[in-house]
Design a protein around this ligand. Structure first.
Ligand code: FES
Ligand code: FE2
Length: 400
């Protein structure tokens, strides 16, 4: 056995240690209750994209189960994005009825109307109309009964909220060097999106960790990505609570004839070499020819991946200590011809298969952990992003 100093990442980040990791954060209901307060109600959470609400009056509603609330994001007439708790000041109905994991709508007048008794709020959250207002007593002050605001900010088109009454940092400071690293990529221009989601009977970190290393690729992805990616990471960088790395290709791997044709028609698949022309200089700084994609984690629950012509995200929304909503979204340039459309459909199916492979282990891992047989998990040097995740989580959980 070599000692830590002889490993690339353990020697670069000795503060993370090399020991085994307790399973408690993944199996303990009490730990989960603390995570709600100390992590999810304190940190900036990505909840949308500006392209989802492009015009004044467009809104999106997202349930944040871990914080026990539902959030409305709305575009104001001035073009800003505001966020509010989706709770009516009258008798507490949800102002916008949720119709799924994400609910979209539009109001030409840029107002939100509660369907129970018709109270109307403008996009700044002010209560502007109360039917039969004269029947309320004098202690009811309309101006004090707007929607309850939530701190919201936008970075590179990503909408983030912070549920703390007074966030400890603004979004720019929270993202820090991570924000600089990922700035300047054309996220908004690559807006042809496909998305998959499912509820998984596992802790959010078990789902998260399964996407934060490449060690599993030769085994789990032997079907969809045979011999495609190398298991070693490149350019690992830690930015405060966030982390990023490059995943590289095995250049000798031959794609199937169908994949080769699809890759010729349109850039849709991560496994084809595509250069680094649209990447900012911070990503693949050496312009390695084997660069496949940048894999990163925005603490706590948002994974952002960037490649030439492709970006994709994973998000893990805790429901309970052993239930998680996973959402995968994959973005490309919109196809202009039918053959490009076909090529992107091929990429989508390939990616769907890979994500099915990824999600296939998670529930079994949870139940095995809950058996109490093992008290620790072990991480090798190339699982450094996972180790950093538990290290950061420890810090948040130790805070008063
Ligand atoms: S609960 Fe919303 S108007 Fe009555
Ligand atoms: Fe995977």
């Amino acid at each position: 056995m070599k000692d830590a100093a002889q490993f690339r990442w353990a020697s670069k980040y000795p503060e993370l240690g090399t020991g085994p990791i307790s399973v408690e954060p993944c199996v303990s209901p009490a730990y989960f209750e603390s995570e709600r307060e100390k992590v999810f109600k304190r940190t900036w959470l990505k909840v949308g994209r500006v392209e989802e609400i492009p015009n004044a009056g467009d809104y999106k509603v997202k349930r944040i189960a871990v914080a026990g609330t539902s959030v409305i994001m709305i575009r104001t007439k001035e073009g800003a994005v505001r966020a509010f708790h989706n709770v009516c000041s009258h008798r507490g109905n949800t102002v916008v009825t949720e119709t799924g994991e994400e609910t979209f709508g539009s109001s030409r007048a840029a107002v939100l109307t509660c369907r129970f008794h018709g109270w109307v709020y403008d996009a700044q959250g002010a209560l502007i109309s109360v039917p039969e207002e004269e029947r309320f007593y004098s202690c009811f002050v309309k101006a004090d009964n707007g929607l309850t605001p939530i701190h919201v900010d936008v970075w590179e088109g990503f909408i983030f909220i912070n549920l703390a009454p007074r966030p400890e940092q603004n979004l720019k400071d929270y993202l820090g060097g991570y924000g600089d690293h990922f700035a300047g990529f054309p996220y908004g221009a690559l807006d042809y999106c496909f998305t998959y989601y499912t509820y998984l009977d596992c802790n959010w970190k078990i789902a998260h960790d399964a996407f934060a290393e490449a060690y599993h690729v030769p085994t789990i992805h032997a079907g969809s990505f045979p011999n495609a990616f190398t298991t070693g990471l490149q350019n690992v960088e830690l930015y405060g609570p966030h982390r990023t790395t490059a995943i590289c290709l095995t250049l000798g791997a031959a794609a199937t004839p169908v994949a080769t044709l699809a890759n010729k028609r349109a850039r849709g698949s991560l496994v084809a070499k595509a250069g680094s022309n649209m990447l900012p200089p911070t990503i693949n700084p050496d312009r390695r020819e084997d660069f496949a994609f940048e894999l990163s984690v925005t603490f706590p629950n948002f994974l952002l991946h960037v490649a030439e012509g492709i970006w994709f995200t994973h998000q893990f929304w805790p429901i309970s200590h052993n239930k998680t909503l996973w959402e995968g979204k994959y973005y490309l340039a919109a196809p202009k011809t039918y053959s490009e459309r076909w090529a992107l459909e091929h990429a989508q199916v390939l990616q769907r298969n890979a994500w099915l492979e990824d999600t296939a282990t998670m529930e079994a891992t949870q139940s095995a952990m809950e058996s109490g047989t093992k008290h620790y998990i072990h991480l090798q040097d190339e699982e450094i992003l996972i180790r950093h995740g538990y290290h950061i989580l420890d810090r948040y959980m130790a805070a008063e």
